[in-house]
Design a protein around this ligand. Sequence first.
Ligand SMILES: Nc1ncnc2c1ncn2[C@@H]1O[C@H](COP(=O)(O)OP(=O)(O)OP(=O)(O)O)[C@@H](O)[C@H]1O
Ligand SMILES: [Mg+2]
Length: 307
Amino acid sequence: MTSQTDSLLKVRNLKTTFHSKGRTLRAVDGISFDVRAGEVLGLVGESGSGKSITLRSIIGLTRDYGSVEGNVYWKGEDLLARTDKQLQSVRGSQISMIFQEPMTSLNPLLSIGLQIEENLKAHTELDKRARKARAIELLDMVGIPSASSRLSDFPHQFSGGMRQRVMIAISLASNPEMLLADEPTTALDVTIQDQILQLLLSLAKNLNMAIVLVTHDLGVVAQTCDRVAVMYAGRLVETGSVRDVLKRPQHPYTLGLLKSVPENIPPAHHSFRFPARHQHWTHCRRAALSLPAASGRKMCVLVPNPR
Ligand SMILES: Nc1ncnc2c1ncn2[C@@H]1O[C@H](COP(=O)(O)OP(=O)(O)OP(=O)(O)O)[C@@H](O)[C@H]1O
Ligand SMILES: [Mg+2]
């Protein structure tokens, strides 16, 4: 656990409860974790374990339909104690979110340029001309070709991967200090997934932006995150460095997650079948995931023991 002083975000005993038709569902059941500036924290867990609701609760998006308890300290101030209006100075500006469904988050009736500019209008002091220039710069940054000529296009004129990039551009418009990324690559093919993850990583590094990355994919966690938190039935069952959690899982659920990944495929198969991915492993910060030096190869993360 990070020290009290260097945590940007400290979540303490967060509980989110829904009441419907006389039934009570506790989607998030008393979780606590920290995120430091510039850190990438992976949040994994099976479907329905409460990952999205956790992210939404942090920035007050579940207030209208659920009750939220606990504390969410952002730079020492409790966001849960703020009114919705007070939250607006943080939400979308200092803390930004990429939602799980890019198509439902983009407005189909507004051009991409307008949607980015709206966000800039809400969160920056830029005038109209500067907003347009910044919108082009952001689209450029996330790798949309001919950005200036795409501003007037509508979401349906972009591919799935491009829409996801646009979502990232919108979420970065305010230069956030933290990005809550809810499965930003799940719906995309492997090559695009990889590009977007690399993009997020380079942004985290260059802008010193912290990321909470929700994913089902342990390979993504190993490739991308500094630490990982595992959720199960609304609770955090394990938190630690990626290396510790993947190498020495403590909780049966985490062990199950690791076991569900194919173990007996020879590493050479992994590394040569996905050369682009393999190339990233050579830059992987977690050397423990390498194969023995003599092999001259890097280990695919899906094989837990390199010996
Ligand atoms: N608006 C809502 N009202 C009532 N229950 C909800 C609501 N939104 C989510 N839930 C419930 O909260 C629990 C956690 O949902 P959540 O969306 O956080 O899961 P998740 O871990 O993100 O799953 P996935 O990996 O499928 O996205 C689920 O049981 C879900 O049915
Ligand atoms: Mg979800």
